[in-house]
Design a binder for this molecule. Structure first.
Ligand code: NAG
Ligand code: NAG
Length: 401
């Protein structure tokens, strides 16, 4: 009797606001939507507890009223558009972090038109099992993951791609996201295909060891294989993020070696994939070469050379390549290279040099000489122009005289 009364009450409430909606925007589409929503609401009220339904009904209606999209209402959109079905017809805002159990069904809704989704890469390769389904509706999109596994752990996000007056805006900057853990006592780490992973530790480049746990309460430690020892995690040099893994903020050569993570949940311990860390001396910037030719112009038959020089950090290799006019005519690159340690403005620097020799120059050697200097950060090209001088009258004079 009591619940029936509530149904009637809620229905009346809906009717009143529906009437108001009608006044504001009497479009057929809206009308249909409201009717549909009311039907959904009806069944919901009879199932859910009366109190909750009463609280939620006005909320829903307020949003329904705000729907006619004017510029103002777009700006007033709530910051979240991601909800999750928690029971039939019942939705909740998805918190930043959500913990589900492997095997559970994930049912997300994202409000808006032309919704785009992003989900853990593992699900992208999931064509065989087809556990992921995305359904698109006029005003929302639904993402469902059935028979979830620990490997589905990760970030799920959505945003709406909007077009107004032929101008499209990828609203990715306004995305709504949630990190979802799928706990599995058998899989404390998100499984990966590789038994071990090679990771480059670059000078001054924070490096991630992506041992991602499936349970946020897992106690995770970092270990070295040889010699077997626990690696101290002080939160400054190395820190741990339950949604990403271990981050080495300032890699040093001593960090190199074989490392792995260990997770502990309720006394159950598991180790992660092994990470082979290789230290790479990494330049702080691209090379900054200079180019100089021994002559600005030449006559046929003369010799000259072009020198490319770059100063940089010691033990950082620089590769030089040359582009020169005689190349097309088959002139071989006659090049000599050398490196030296030098003291420059109080610092030990490495001087790298490449010299291109042009012997018995010909008319085809007139033109632009380019030196391309490359290190791990990128390349820089410097050029100089060398001109052929017209034959002088001097030899002719000698002949005639
Ligand atoms: C989900 O698991 C059930 C029970 O094991 C199975 O019958 C069903 O086919 C699975 N669905 C998908 C899409 O894998
Ligand atoms: C480059 O050429 C100039 C003039 O032809 C010569 O004096 C100089 O020694 C050469 N440099 C090298 C490194 O061979």
């Amino acid at each position: 009797m009591n619940s029936k009364g509530l149904v009637v009450l809620s229905f009346c409430l809906l009717l009143i606001v529906w009437a108001e909606c009608q006044k504001e925007k009497p479009s057929k589409a809206t009308e249909k939507k409201v009717m549909k929503a009311m039907k959904g609401r009806e069944t919901k009220v009879s199932k859910a507890t009366g109190k909750k339904a009463q609280q939620e009904a006005p909320k829903f209606l307020k949003k329904g009223q705000a729907k006619p999209t004017t510029a103002a209402s777009r700006q007033q959109q709530p910051p979240f558009i991601l909800t999750r079905a928690v029971a039939r017809g019942q939705f909740q805002k998805v918190p930043d972090t959500l913990v589900l159990r492997a095997g559970d069904t994930l049912d997300l809704r994202c409000k808006g038109r032309a919704i785009k989704w992003r989900y853990p890469p593992y699900l992208e390769d999931d064509e065989v099992e087809r556990r992921l389904r995305i359904k698109r509706f006029e005003r929302h999109s639904q993402l469902i993951v059935v028979n979830s596994t620990a490997a589905d752990t990760g970030e799920y996000s959505c945003w709406s791609f909007q077009c107004h007056d032929s101008e499209c805006h990828d609203g990715e900057d306004k995305l709504s996201k949630a990190f979802i853990f799928f706990t599995d006592p058998q899989e404390l780490f998100v499984p990966t295909e590789d038994y071990y992973e090679v990771i480059q530790l670059r000078t001054n480049h924070p490096t991630l060891l992506p041992c991602q746990v499936t349970n946020p309460v897992a106690k995770v430690t970092l270990h070295r294989e040889f010699p077997p020892e626990k690696v101290p995690v002080d939160g400054i040099d190395i820190s741990y993020d339950v949604k990403r893994g271990f981050m080495i903020h300032r890699p040093r050569p001593s960090h190199a070696g074989s490392l792995f993570c260990m997770a502990n949940v309720d006394g159950v311990r598991q180790i992660s994939t092994k990470y082979m860390l290789i230290y790479v001396n990494y330049p702080s910037s691209v090379p900054k070469p200079t180019i100089q030719s021994s002559v600005a112009s030449f006559r046929v038959g003369e010799n000259f050379n072009v020198t490319c020089t770059a100063f940089g950090e010691p033990e950082i290799a620089i590769d030089f390549t040359w582009e020169y006019p005689g190349q097309q005519m088959g002139r071989p690159p006659y090049v000599r290279e050398r490196t030296d340690l030098v003291r420059r403005s109080g610092q030990v620097q490495q001087e790298s040099e490449s010299i291109l020799y042009i012997d018995e120059a010909r008319a085809v050697d007139d033109g632009l000489y380019s030196c391309i200097a490359e290190n791990l950060q990128g390349t820089t090209t410097v050029s100089t122009r060398i001109r052929l001088l017209p034959a002088t009258l001097a030899p002719k004079k000698a002949k005639s005289g």
